[in-house]
Write a protein of this length. Structure first.
Length: 572
């Protein structure tokens, strides 16, 4: 490989008399003397045995080593953490899920800066690992290629495709007497047959689509299943491509992540009825590039983008179906042809998005439709605003029979209280269940509520009641569920002042969320309000609660983009 024109960052480690000890350490890892003139490329994954989402990453990361070596650079593998949302769901362990996004980004930054790697290939599989790796790449702004580990294949039960969501909702069906425990056990053995992430357009697949749309990932990579051997060839191409970017000097992550490409990514989420968590992760990725891209900016794109992909949880199809129908490119091509994308953003190839999509076939008309035949005129995810959510809230409207609901509040101070009430069916049709003190700071950690929402849906009440929270939802959540309400209760948001019996109105068509209590009474409640006592914190949650910002700005924990020193200076 021809060395790039700029001095390699790794030279701060490998060159000079006083770097003799450093070279000795590197020789102990297997680096030869002939290698010290080559670039060093970090390859990071979360390979481990704690979640099926990450178990396929080790072989893929190992394949990337071959691509990096073929490109004339030295591959160096390292790992970081992952938290399984599936295993941490519906108990206090879920507090660690969103926190892990920051830990992943911070840990990758720490390793790459400390070792002065010249480039990065990043693998991710589970929900928070994807934005965490992308945030690190944009923060470091070194030559980078993102690779998603892929979704698992669906299971088959009684002649139909099933996923982990089917089992979550099955718990509610058992409690409602609509399914037996034996049937639930049978379903649980069938719903997750392979390694990989959840196979619907839940958070992992949504963020994989975001990565490809932003240009951080190779075209065609997002919807390729984890179990397909083709992923190993893809990983090798990613390793080779990062050396080409290094040699050419770009495109770098901050050339790819721009306001236009962020708008394109938001459009892809809206067009596919993707995860509401994208409303957190897009502003956080933008923050790393020094771009203010808030929930308000996301809302504008969601409102003007039609829903064109019929994907679960709101629709019929899964990631494997989208892969067979042309993948992410089929969605982007339809949006571009309809005038809903910026075609002049950069792809990882260095071409424009329009150039990259020029040869893409038209959508199949079933999994993905053209914009003229859209499933609905606005996106499958909607941002609501009103006196109950001045900073905004998110609801997935894809698949809803009606996006308008009004009813009396049933207030719970935490997820556990709500789960107990729902389990015992201590609620009625028409109720609005309110779960508060679960925001980024108040939780702390902004837990996902899939345990509660799936229980409600499984009981057949998914559109007969509504649920509101300042916490988060899984990308698999469906029904009249409104989350991410800001400001959160811990910051004195209006959700803190809701009383049992107050009427609340949700209007997904008008994009409003209102507490039907007059301003004078709200002011009185605000002045009389006393925060709910919180258990003593320590460790990572204590640090997180002190640093984390509001949800509508991405729930980030630092002040924004920072530049590395000049290549001729130490990156310390």
């Amino acid at each position: 490989m021809t060395a790039p024109k700029k001095k390699l960052r790794s030279r701060i480690v490998t060159e000079g008399l006083d770097r003799a000890p450093h070279r000795a350490f590197l020789r102990a890892t297997g680096v030869g003397d002939e290698d010290f003139g080559k670039p060093f490329v970090g390859i990071v994954s979360q390979h481990g045995e704690n979640t099926p989402c990450s178990m396929s990453l080790g072989p893929q990361a190992d394949a990337a080593r071959l691509g990096v070596a073929a490109g004339g650079a030295i591959p160096v593998q390292f790992t970081t953490v992952s938290v399984s949302d599936g295993v941490s769901m519906n108990h206090k362990g879920m507090r660690m899920s969103l926190v892990s996004r920051e830990l992943i980004a911070d840990s990758i930054e720490a390793v790459v800066r400390a070792h002065a790697y010249d480039a990065l290939v990043g693998f991710a599989g589970c929900d928070k690992t994807l934005p965490g790796v992308m945030m690190a790449m944009v923060r470091l702004d070194c030559p980078s290629v993102f690779v998603y580990g892929g979704a698992m294949l669906p299971g088959t039960w009684r002649g139909k495709d099933v996923t982990i969501l089917t089992t979550y909702e099955g718990v509610g069906s058992v409690l409602a007497g609509r399914m037996s425990e034996a049937e639930l056990d049978e379903l649980g053995h069938a719903c997750a047959p392979t390694l990989g992430s959840c196979p619907g357009q839940f958070t992992a697949n949504t963020m994989a689509m975001v990565a490809e749309t932003l240009g951080l990932a190779l075209p065609g990579s997002a919807m390729l299943p984890a179990a397909y051997s083709e992923r190993l060839a893809l990983a090798r191409r990613a390793g080779r491509r990062v050396t080409e970017i290094l040699r050419a000097g770009g495109p770098l992550p901050r050339q790819l992540v721009t306001r236009k490409s962020l708008e394109n990514a938001a459009a892809a989420v809206a067009a596919t009825g993707g995860s509401t968590n994208a409303g957190l992760h897009l502003p956080a990725i933008a923050h790393e590039a020094g771009i203010r891209f808030s929930l308000d900016d996301v809302a504008e794109v969601f409102a003007r983008t039609p829903l064109i992909a019929d994907l679960q949880p709101g629709g019929r199809f899964l990631a494997i179906d989208l892969h067979r129908a042309g993948g992410v490119a089929s969605v982007l091509k339809a949006l571009l042809d309809g005038g809903y994308l910026h075609g002049d953003t950069l792809a990882l190839s260095g071409k424009t998005l329009a150039e990259e999509l020029a040869a893409q076939a038209k959508p199949d008309g079933e999994v993905v439709r053209g914009t003229a035949e859209a499933l609905q005129p606005t996106g499958g995810v909607v941002v609501l605003k009103g006196n109950l959510a001045p900073d905004g809230a998110l609801i997935k409207v894809a698949g809803l029979k009606s996006a308008v609901f009004e009813g009396p509040a049933r207030v719970f101070e935490c997820e556990e209280d709500a789960f107990a009430a729902v389990s015992e069916r201590r609620y009625a049709p028409g109720d609005v269940l309110v779960i508060r003190n679960e925001g980024p700071r108040g939780g702390p950690g902004m837990r996902e509520m899939l345990g509660v929402t799936a229980l409600v849906y499984g009981q057949g009440m998914g559109e007969r009641v509504a649920l509101l929270t300042d916490g988060r939802f899984s990308g698999a959540t469906r029904g009249l569920m409104v989350g991410y309400i800001g400001p959160e209760a811990a910051l004195g948001g209006p959700i803190a002042f809701v009383h049992d019996g107050d009427r609340i109105r949700i209007d997904g068509d008008a994009r409003t969320l209102d507490l039907l209590v007059d301003a004078t009474e709200l002011a009185r409640r605000r002045s009389a309000h006393r925060p709910v006592p919180r258990e003593r914190l320590a460790g990572v949650l204590e640090k997180y609660a002190q640093l984390v910002g509001p949800a509508h700005l991405g729930a980030v924990t630092h002040s924004g983009a920072v530049e590395w020193p000049d290549d001729n200076d130490s990156p310390q």
